[in-house]
Design a protein around this ligand. Structure first.
Ligand code: KG4
Ligand code: ZN
Length: 332
């Protein structure tokens, strides 16, 4: 069964063909980094316009590189939300039109559910498992009981971890997106040189990263000559310490020794290393998608879409995108 996945939730236009929810035949991502870089962040209107330009070429390339025709597709899976509303609208309208014009069934996918399902493109995590979605827009912990059965155990109370990376990168003058730059430059710095705060929020599995961001800003103002490598490495270790502690604490509390990481920040090399070490110490089976499956891509949407399709959870032409769409809600 072949699913065509489409994701336009943020600043990447992506289309993919996935077989039976697990085997990637193609996964095309057209990045908009070059467009948004000079503004130091995503400009929503420019993102929408670029999606309009790129959606058909990207879908076409996904079909071509999978060496299939539209008529071979069993269903189209499109991201419904959460994300930038104008950007989501492009994918949803395109998916609906393609579905209607070619009589192909349509399903919709929550982008966060897609991130979790990225793990199934390379492995078979047994249920239940703990999932951390850590991206530019979200930092949330879930207990996953089964397909469509998600219980949120914690979430960020302010900035997402990726957002903190991007904002700190901007104030250090590194451009957008900041995560990969800070990841890279941190390897040349001393991560214990500046004791930035770790918001552990005792008694809760929620996160908070805005205080850390402010601490970095204040430090930079007072110490303009400190090496950016050291500031980056110290900031990064404060983020990672909290993420790793929370994930392992929640696994212990829920008595589940399987953890799936997903979202752009789980591409971070220091986070991956520390999480692997901690998992070994604690006997946790860790599922870490390859780097290109951590960041936004449509293969993960097709993987989750496959389950919607086989359970008969179809959409019609009344499908509308939703900027706010918590996973596990009635809508999401
Ligand atoms: O999952 P994603 O591609 O898009 C969203 O759904 O948000 O995540 C993008 C976020 C950005 O904030 C980016 O800076 C961050 O993930 N990111 C990283 C790394 N690669 C991407 N953060 C830290 N280290 C990385 N290597
Ligand atoms: Zn994402």
């Amino acid at each position: 069964m072949l699913i065509l996945g489409i994701d336009t939730s943020c600043d990447d236009t992506s289309a993919a063909v996935v077989e039976d929810g697990t085997r990637i035949l193609s996964n095309i991502v057209s990045s908009q980094d070059g467009i948004h870089k000079k503004y130091g962040g995503i400009v929503p209107e420019l993102a929408s316009r670029r999606h309009v330009e790129m959606i058909w070429p990207v879908v076409h390339e996904a079909l071509e590189s999978a060496a299939i025709k539209l008529r071979d597709i069993s269903a189209i899976a499109v991201t419904k939300g959460p994300g930038l509303i104008g950007a989501l609208l492009v994918g949803v309208c395109f998916g609906k039109s393609l579905s209607y014009a070619n009589s192909i069934p349509l399903v919709s996918v929550n982008h966060l559910e897609g991130h979790i399902y990225a793990a199934f493109l390379e492995a078979r995590p047994a249920l239940p498992f703990i999932a951390l979605v850590v991206s530019g827009g979200h930092t949330s912990l879930y207990r996953v009981e089964g397909f469509g059965v998600y219980r949120e155990l914690g979430r960020t109370r302010d900035d997402a971890a990726g957002e903190a990376y991007d904002k700190v990168a901007k104030l250090l003058g590194f451009g957008y997106p900041g995560g990969p730059v800070i990841d890279n430059i941190s390897s040349k710095g001393d991560s214990s040189s500046i004791p930035f705060p770790r918001a552990h929020l005792k008694g809760s599995f929620d996160f908070s990263f805005s205080g850390l961001k402010t601490a970095v800003l204040n430090y930079v103002k007072k110490n303009p000559d400190t090496k950016k490598e050291d500031i980056s490495a110290s900031f990064q270790s404060a983020v990672i310490d909290v993420l790793v502690d929370k994930v392992t604490d929640v696994a212990k509390e829920e008595k589940i020794n399987r953890v799936v990481l997903s979202g752009g920040v789980s591409a971070n090399s220091a986070f991956r290393d520390k999480m692997k070490r901690r998992s070994l110490e604690r006997g946790i089976e860790l599922f870490l998608p390859s780097l290109h499956l951590c960041t936004d891509n449509a293969a993960m949407i097709a993987a989750a879409g496959y389950h919607h399709f086989i359970t008969g959870d179809m959409e019609g032409l009344s499908l509308n995108p939703k900027a706010y769409l918590p996973l596990g809600s009635a809508d999401g």
